[in-house]
Design a protein around this ligand. Structure first.
Ligand SMILES: NC(=O)c1ccc[n+]([C@@H]2O[C@H](COP(=O)([O-])OP(=O)(O)OC[C@H]3O[C@@H](n4cnc5c(N)ncnc54)[C@H](O)[C@@H]3O)[C@@H](O)[C@H]2O)c1
Length: 371
């Protein structure tokens, strides 16, 4: 199989879909790997490093897409890339299709096979290919909150850890999954007063075991979220219903009760956002203000730390890329239900329930289609 790795073109996106170690593993497995010129530069990987590992460098994204059976990348294709995708081509990347009807329609029209990292799901419900990026985004979020709380950036002028004799800042995290627990670790590390809300009581019990009385855990319901929002300096949204559009748990009214210069960070923005006042932002223009509350809603937070993120991501994606390349798409998917869960679109059909609901279009099982 020919594997193609284009350079990411999303705003300030410096991650890349494969590192030289991945190229080596794929070429040893009998694949050819085509890397677009300077695709790894933003992550500190030179073309020469890829060549040493056995890759071939191609000048343009078009050269890569034209030849490849499978495209391995990081972020969803942008409109400039839609026309490059070929019928039957496997697209292995983050997609987040449920809140993106235009992208979904474009990929359906391209007749491709779209495998979304974010819906590859193991039997225990975990999302192995989302996991490392949620770790990164969760850990970045309190740093971002601390930064925008500074007066010079429009914030309340509060130090999250306080100092002896002065109150600490208050951080509320809605959604205590992977992003949530990582945000919690850093917020606790900064010395903030932290509350985590989730609807999963087992998860709250786990967080309580891990953090003890360093944090407050609360069942996520409108009353508790409203109470916490009103007293938060930083509110982090980190909920997920896999494959589906995020529920709007923090309403406009709740945001309007927050103090002037407090900060909301909607990590769930890639699934449409869990804060009613959110809209997607970029690393170039990361924030906007609603009701005097600073909103940070960057859809590719890990792109801020590409060296860490590229290696963390490819650690988990490579085994799946190797499986698809080694067994072929059909055998790989039929032999691995977690990979089957990643198939969002198959040659014009929607094969992910969350996406079919969001598009109000028929769901078709990938196993049946491949049958
Ligand atoms: N913006 C970015 O750059 C970026 C990067 C990585 C991940 N993400 C996103 O972060 C979000 C969280 O990802 P994750 O890996 O932590 O997911 P996860 O599945 O590990 O955790 C989600 C948590 O949300 C909880 N939840 C679900 N519905 C809820 C509700 N109604 N009220 C309260 N809690 C609820 C679940 O119980 C779970 O504990 C996802 O949307 C993911 O795509 C965004």
């Amino acid at each position: 199989m020919i594997i193609g790795v284009p350079k990411e073109i999303k705003n300030n996106e410096f991650r890349v879909g494969l590192v030289p170690g991945g190229v080596r593993a794929l070429t040893q497995a009998g694949c050819r790997v085509l890397i677009q010129k300077s695709a790894g530069e933003g992550s500190g990987i030179a073309d020469a490093d890829y060549i040493l590992a056995g890759a071939e460098i191609r000048e343009t994204a078009g050269d890569v897409y034209d030849a490849a059976g499978m495209i391995v990348k990081v972020k969803e294709p942008l409109p400039a890339e839609y026309g490059l995708i070929k019928p039957g081509q496997i697209l292995f990347t983050y997609l987040h299709l449920a809140p993106a009807p235009d992208l979904t329609r474009a990929l359906l029209a391209r007749d491709c096979i779209a495998v979304g990292y974010e819906t590859v799901q193991k039997e225990d419900g975990s999302l192995p290919l989302l996991h490392p990026m949620s770790e990164v985004a969760g850990r970045v979020a309190p740093q971002v909150g601390a930064y925008y709380l500074e007066k010079a950036y429009g914030g309340r002028g509060i130090l999250l850890g306080g100092v002896p004799g002065v109150e600490r800042g208050k951080v509320t995290i809605v959604g205590g999954g992977i992003a949530g627990i990582n945000a919690c670790k850093i917020a606790v590390g900064l010395g903030a007063d932290v509350a985590v809300l989730d609807i999963n009581l087992n998860r709250l019990a786990y967080l309580d075991d891990i953090f003890g009385n360093k944090i407050q855990t609360l069942m996520a319901n409108p009353e508790h979220i409203a109470q916490q929002a009103a007293v938060s300096d930083v509110l982090i949204g980190a909920v997920l219903v896999p494959g589906a559009t995020a529920p709007k748990l923090v309403t406009r009214d709740m945001v309007s009760t927050m103090a002037k210069g407090s900060v909301v960070i909607d990590i769930s923005i890639d699934q449409g956002g869990c804060i009613e006042t959110s809209r997607p932002t970029t690393h170039q223009n990361p924030v906007f203000t609603v009701s005097d509350v600073i909103h940070y809603c960057v859809t590719n937070i890990p792109g801020a730390v590409p060296r860490t993120s590229t290696y963390a991501l490819t650690n988990v994606t490579l085994p799946y890329a190797l499986k698809i390349a080694g067994k072929g798409f059909r055998q790989a998917v039929l032999s691995d239900p977690s990979l089957a869960g990643g198939v969002n679109l198959y040659r014009g059909s929607i094969t992910c329930e969350g996406v079919s609901q969001a598009m109000n279009q028929q769901f078709e099982s990938i196993e049946t289609l491949l049958g």
